[in-house]
Design a protein around this ligand. Structure first.
Ligand SMILES: [Zn+2]
Length: 80
């Protein structure tokens, strides 16, 4: 896909880090598969991946953790 931020380059598959913040909580995922723009660096994670991350963020908020850094593992089924 063409990057929607700079509209100048085709995105390429790669890995990125995604930071989710919610109130005082912050959750960082490393090695998240995404489409990345080689021009401006914008990363686009797939919807299914984003859904997983948001679910994990919910779990973290419920557990009362303020900051966490995780490696994203596509094979892991996150359940609550
Ligand atoms: Zn771009």
């Amino acid at each position: 896909m063409i990057c929607i931020i700079c509209e100048e380059a085709e995105t390429l598959p790669g890995l990125t880090s995604i930071l989710l913040e919610r109130d005082e909580h912050s959750l960082t995922f490393n090695n998240v598969p995404a489409q990345i723009c080689p021009n401006c660096g914008e990363a686009y994670a797939e919807e299914s991946v984003t859904a997983n991350l948001l679910r994990e963020a919910e779990r973290m908020a419920r557990a009362g953790e303020k900051m966490e850094v995780l490696e994203y593992e596509p094979i892991t089924v996150l359940s609550s």
